[in-house]
Design a protein around this ligand. Structure first.
Ligand code: NAD
Length: 505
């Protein structure tokens, strides 16, 4: 598998229906974060490759059949793509696991979710026509119709490489757009594979284009390009701000899905029974440590009622210490490495600064001992629980994007809400309580794009995903996730034209 991937990965730029090497000839090695060894080599594109891909997408939009293809045919193609994803689930799941440092099971679940996104937007687009407007006169025919936006620039991160790409590619295609996608330079493999599946499903040349390469060259050029009509970006706050600035002079549509610093609020009443306590602890563990915390919606801030803090944190730390770290393909491994050396160093610097600021380490806080399933060269880091944290600490305010859970406490409902909303982000939050009234009250007051009550992490393709505050603008998934990729046009037809006589001369 690694060999065939390496061979195929040589020409990973696809523009106008042709696989190509970078114009400069540059390449990049793709590393397996479990052992830091290269398992593939891809083309390292730059601005020149981006211009070629955008030109191909522009031509396909202006002259090609796709924007004018009947919606039922577009939906049928998306369903074929979903079937191909199911066919290749094992291979793609493994590739995603190897590239992004996930367990194979997580990789497979990601591919299932990608297929679901294609099916969802296929169904939605067929059911989301324009509308007839009653203009109040039988002589006026007024309709509001949806049209594709044009050439879409899609820029994605490394934590859920194919899933994040599918939340953009599926609605963009459903709506009749053409696109250029730029995956994260460190995890491009499954997005490259998806482009192959789109072609196999029958997408016309030039509709789907990919440029593998860095953000500061390829991504920046996509954002500023005058022939791009829309840029949809998922990634960090700093890069997202640059994308918005680069896009502004050409007034293209911009959608940003950025980071989060997500609160998980646990009321004591949720822990009143043994079963409730066990569930809340288990889910807090999952919220913080799945995919080593490299999740935009990770429940990285535990905000727990003071009366249950000691028992809750002790049990949480006990279970966190037992999480089995290792290469995602090894049996029994529950959590993979961090994605890169740089990401692990960033996590380490946050933990260091938290300890200097007075946080109390309950578990983790270091690299694990190497083991057969965990080579010393891999980027592993132990799940870490930092108790006695407060809102002035950097580790509480900034997105760590690693396996680091901070603990804060509250005494009243108002205090819990104030703490949960005390973030410049606003992506997601959870509330655990046995009191249904409190659950609804608190959910109503949280300033976050997704609120989970007595759960954490699930999403539905039918429900919008996105952030308040600095977590971004726009929404993915749900009807709003399709609307991002559509222009809305009002067509007003006068069936009995006559002079207006406003001007009498
Ligand atoms: P990143 O911002 O470093 O990179 C994201 C993408 O942007 C990459 O493809 C990168 O090459 C590109 N990029 C970087 N600089 C650019 C520039 N100047 N112009 C254009 N493109 C540029 O983010 P990352 O480290 O890959 O991903 C982690 C971040 O993504 C976290 O902050 C996480 O919260 C966020 N994220 C958000 C969501 C969401 O749904 N809100 C989902 C997943 C990840």
């Amino acid at each position: 598998m690694a060999d065939s991937t390496a061979l195929r990965a040589r020409d990973t730029i696809y523009a106008g229906g042709e696989w190509r090497a970078a114009v400069s000839g540059a390449t990049r090695e793709i590393l397996d974060p479990a052992d830091a060894r290269a398992f593939a080599v891809v083309a390292e594109g730059d601005e020149k490759d981006t211009d070629l891909a955008v030109a191909a997408a522009r031509r396909a939009f202006d002259e090609g059949p796709w924007p004018r293809t009947p919606v039922t045919e577009r939906a049928a193609l998306l369903r074929r793509v979903a079937d191909l994803l199911v066919r290749d689930r094992e291979e793609l799941g493994l590739l995603e696991a190897q590239d992004a440092g996930k367990t194979v099971e997580e990789g497979r679940v990601d591919i299932d979710c990608v297929a679901d996104a294609f099916r969802y937007f296929a169904d939605l687009v067929a059911e989301a026509p324009g509308r007839v407007v009653d203009a109040g006169s039988p002589d006026i025919h007024s309709v509001v119709v949806h049209e594709p936006v044009g050439v879409c620039a899609l820029i994605t991160p490394w934590n859920y490489p194919l899933l994040q790409a599918s939340w953009k590619i599926a609605p963009a295609l459903a709506a009749g757009n053409t696109f250029v996608v730029k995956p994260s330079e460190i995890t491009p493999m499954t997005t490259v594979a998806l482009i192959g599946l789109l072609t196999e499903a029958g997408l016309p040349a030039g509709v789907a284009n990919i440029v593998t390469g860095p953000g500061h060259t390829v991504g920046a050029r996509m954002a500023e390009h005058p022939d791009v009509d829309l840029v949809s970006f998922t990634g960090g706050l700093v890069s997202g701000t640059k994308v918005a600035q680069a896009a502004a002079p050409t007034v293209k549509k911009v959608a940003l899905e950025l980071g989060g610093k997500n609160p998980n609020v646990v009321f004591a009443d949720a822990c009143a029974t043994e079963e409730g306590f066990d569930t809340a602890v288990d889910q807090a563990l999952n919220a913080a440590f799945i995919h080593s915390g490299q999740v935009c919606s990770a429940g990285a801030r535990l905000i727990v009622e003071e009366s249950v803090r000691d028992r809750f944190v002790a049990e949480l730390a006990r279970r966190a210490e037992k999480i089995r770290l290792g290469r995602g393909t090894e049996d029994g491994v529950e959590c993979g490495p961090l994605v890169s050396a740089q990401q692990r160093e960033k996590v380490e610097s946050y933990v260091d600064s938290a300890l200097k600021e007075g946080a109390v380490l309950r578990c983790g806080g270091k690299r694990p001992e190497p083991a057969p399933e965990r080579p010393a060269s891999g980027y592993f880091y132990e799940p870490t629980v930092l108790d006695r944290c407060h809102r002035e600490m950097r580790v509480v305010r900034e997105e760590v994007f690693g396996p680091v859970l901070t603990v804060e406490t509250f005494r009243t409902e108002d205090e819990a809400v104030a703490l949960a909303n005390d973030t410049e982000y606003g992506l997601a939050g959870g509330v655990w309580t046995a009191d249904p009234g409190r659950a609804r009250r608190v959910a109503g007051r949280l300033r976050h794009g997704t609120v989970w009550i007595n759960d954490f992490h699930p999403y539905l393709p039918q429900a919008e995903w996105g952030g308040f505050g600095k977590s971004g603008t726009g929404r993915e998934l749900g009807p709003a996730g399709l609307a991002e990729y559509r222009e809305t046009k009002h067509v007003y037809q006068n069936l009995a034209p006559a002079p207006v006589r406003w001007f009498r001369g």
